[in-house]
Design a protein around this ligand. Structure first.
Ligand code: AMP
Length: 403
């Protein structure tokens, strides 16, 4: 596997460097309400400015669909970013074209310039070569530091990277290095925990993991579909009965590849899905017709903890129960704390990601204890599904390398 090119290996002094960042930040009343994504971009920006580069930042914001939508301007990002960097950040109301060219030409070493939302141009999502050329004309080098957008072959993530010497920024490298350590070249045994609502949304994920990991634990609503395929009656539980054949195929693949498939043995059931209903703990084989499975039981958590004990690497996506509704967060929280302990006590490599997973691990209070928690959403999932990410692939190709 060809390595990604890393920006810290390059002499950038006096060069104009086009840096693709993820500034798709939450905003409230026209102001940045959570600066986490800006903070993630700081190390790469400071690495570059510290070496005397001229940093030109590009990013998308929202879904303006190729139109100029004033509410989706990146302008409100410039000041909070300047505050974090402790240096001024110029904002250009154009992404490409004369004004952008003039702003880029005007920069001194160490300056930072933020360009307008790339998605104001229809060519961005179409990966239009003409827009890529215009972006490339602004700079000498290209850096991608937005892993979360790397699953999309857009102009700012892929097209422009074909035209300039292109490198991965520090945040991008951190993400890729952890994902490689979790899935491509992991220390074995590897255990994967997959939960969440439906098998149908995670088919590719299950099919990939079952071929790559040593133990696959499936919990959450999606376990019901696999249990049902094995003849277990799941009552009123969330269950995709039309996926019986698909579920059986996953179970068969696990047998072929020697992946140990683990499903809940005991579950917490209720007749109503609301906060704090009357619940019952039961063997998974004893769910009544009017009950639904909403969490894994303690015996399952113990079995999972024992399986984790032997593992050197853990991959986690999806909650083990309906964690937003008490008390159905119990198994997810217990398993998360178990994993966090193993990270601290014996160096388990624990990598997690996916929207609800991040929320569930926050709720368990372990977000700082895992080796890595990806907030990249779609890009994280596509990597876990074994798909090629165009924005990463282009940073490995021979094209675009500095002579
Ligand atoms: P996903 O987006 O596929 O990871 O699914 C996350 C959602 O699955 C969360 O909103 C959970 O509440 C839900 N979920 C997990 N387990 C169950 C379950 N046993 N029954 C119903 N919903 C569940």
């Amino acid at each position: 596997m060809r390595e990604i090119r890393r920006i810290q290996d390059v002499d950038v002094a006096g060069k104009r460097v086009l840096v693709r960042v993820d500034f798709n930040v939450p905003m409230k009343d026209g102001k940045v309400s959570d600066a986490t994504r800006l903070v993630s971009a700081i190390p790469t920006i400071e690495l570059l400015t510290g070496k005397g580069a001229r940093v030109i930042l590009i990013a998308h914001f929202g879904r303006p669909k190729g139109q100029h939508v004033p509410e989706m301007s990146l302008e409100p990002v410039a000041q909070p970013l300047a505050d974090l960097l402790g240096v001024p950040v110029d904002f250009c109301m154009e992404t490409v074209g004369e004004e952008a060219m003039a702003a880029a030409a005007d920069m001194a070493d160490g300056d930072v310039l933020l360009l307008e939302n790339t998605r104001f141009h229809p060519g961005e999502e179409a990966n239009d070569p003409a827009l890529a050329r215009q972006l490339a004309d602004l700079a000498d080098l290209y850096v991608n530091d937005a892993f979360s957008a790397a699953h999309r072959a857009h102009t700012s993530t892929e097209g422009v990277a074909q035209l300039l010497p292109s490198y991965a920024g520090l945040a991008m490298q951190r993400e890729i290095d952890h994902l490689v350590a979790a899935l491509e070249a992991p220390q074995r045994p590897v255990i994967a925990l997959v939960g969440g609502a439906k098998v149908s949304t995670k088919l590719d994920l299950l099919n990939n993991l079952v071929k790559k990991v040593d133990i696959l634990f499936v919990g959450g609503g999606m376990a019901n579909t696999l249990l049902n395929a094995q003849g277990v009656k799941v009552g009123k539980s969330l269950c995709e009965k039309d996926l019986v054949d698909t579920a059986r195929a996953i179970i068969a693949t696990a047998e072929e590849t020697g992946c140990k498939l683990m499903l809940p043995s005991d579950v917490v059931v209720a007749k109503e899905f609301r906060p704090n209903p009357e619940t019952r703990l039961t063997a998974v084989t004893d769910v009544a017709e009017d009950e639904m499975i909403l969490d894994c039981g303690p015996a399952t958590v113990v079995a999972l903890a024992m399986a984790m004990e032997d593992a050197k690497t853990l991959i986690w996506n999806g909650p083990l129960g309906a964690f937003e509704t008490p008390p159905f967060e119990t198994a997810t929280v217990a398993a998360a704390q178990q994993a966090a302990r193993a990270v601290k006590e014996r160096g388990l490599v624990a990598v997690a990601g996916g929207g609800d997973t991040v929320a569930a691990l926050n709720q368990a209070g372990v977000s700082n204890d895992f080796s890595f928690i990806s907030t990249a959403g779609g890009a994280f999932l596509e990597w876990m599904e074994g798909k090629a990410l165009p924005g990463v692939g282009v940073l490995k190709q021979a094209r675009g390398v500095a002579a």
